[in-house]
Design a protein around this ligand. Structure first.
Ligand code: SF4
Ligand code: SF4
Ligand code: FES
Length: 258
């Protein structure tokens, strides 16, 4: 374990742990649009920038992306100095110019007092900030169904050859974790459509609610050794079943003791 100082408070952390993880654990709010604890940090959005210094730096300081910065003993961190807030405002100002119709960016920018961009607005753009979270999560789950394609202004997230991705199982992890809600999907009755592919949803045999896609369940059974029967009921019914069983066990123990 190492000691560091964050916003004037001594904090313990594992040597080499990423600074953003420590900030999250300490409930210090730092914006981080391209971060997800389940995947490797990528450093795309730059919003998690913080100010760092050390006693031996004699007043000199640096600005680093906390998601990619490993902590070490004696580190002194300021997460909301004037300069840090100014850097975040500039990033959000640029985001607002590139993605003027994105409510998530507008809301975060508003929190930093940026209500209108000072740059020229990009007309006809989309809300994808190219943070790569969707592709990293899809890769991490083992599907690699989507990736970033093209270069420069033409760069975008898309399936191979921009066609319905054969490796997609409709798990929706890309869409649910997209910080700007750019990836759309449609739920209709017992089917879900994403990336121009339509999937059948399983139905809970107890309550009738739809759960995950049949393709996703088959993948989990095959590659994660989860029994196919596990997907026959939804999480809520599973919890209720467990609560009922626990109640029965408690009753049974009480009867044994009396
Ligand atoms: S689609 Fe969403 S998650 Fe994927 S790169 Fe764009 S903003 Fe990030
Ligand atoms: S829905 Fe398809 S593209 Fe999105 S994470 Fe799941 S497998 Fe990947
Ligand atoms: S969360 Fe660190 S750069 Fe995006």
């Amino acid at each position: 374990m190492v000691s560091l100082t964050i916003n004037g408070r001594i904090v313990k952390a594992k040597d080499g742990e990423m600074l953003l993880a420590v900030l999250r654990r300490e409930k210090i709010d730092v914006p981080a649009m391209c971060h997800h604890a389940a995947v490797e940090p990528f450093g795309a959005c730059r919003l998690c920038v913080v100010e760092i210094t050390r006693a031996e730096w004699k007043g000199w300081c640096d600005y680093v992306t906390s998601c990619l910065y490993p902590v070490s003993p004696g580190l002194i961190v300021n997460t909301h100095s004037d300069k840090v807030n100014e850097l975040r405002r500039t990033i959000l100002d640029l985001f607002l110019a590139r993605h003027p119709d994105c409510p998530e960016i507008a809301e975060l920018a508003g929190e930093y007092g940026v209500f209108k961009t000072t740059y020229e607005t990009v007309v006809g753009g989309n809300n994808c900030i190219l943070c790569g979270l969707c592709t990293r999560i899809c890769d991490r789950m083992g599907f690699t169904a989507i990736s970033t394609v093209g270069r420069g202004h033409g760069k975008e997230v898309a399936p191979p050859l921009r066609q319905a991705p054969p490796d997609c199982v409709g798990c929706l992890a890309c869409a649910e974790n997209c910080p700007t809600k750019f990836i759309e999907y449609k739920l209709r009755k017992k089917r879900v459509t994403i990336w121009e592919r339509e999937f059948e949803l399983l139905t809970c045999t107890k309550c009738g609610k739809t759960t995950i896609t049949k393709d996703f369940a088959e993948y989990l059974s095959r590659h994660r050794a989860i029994d196919a029967g596990y997907f026959e009921i939804c999480d809520e019914c599973r919890r209720k079943n467990l609560a009922v069983s626990m109640g029965e066990i408690v009753n049974w123990e009480r009867e044994l003791l009396t």
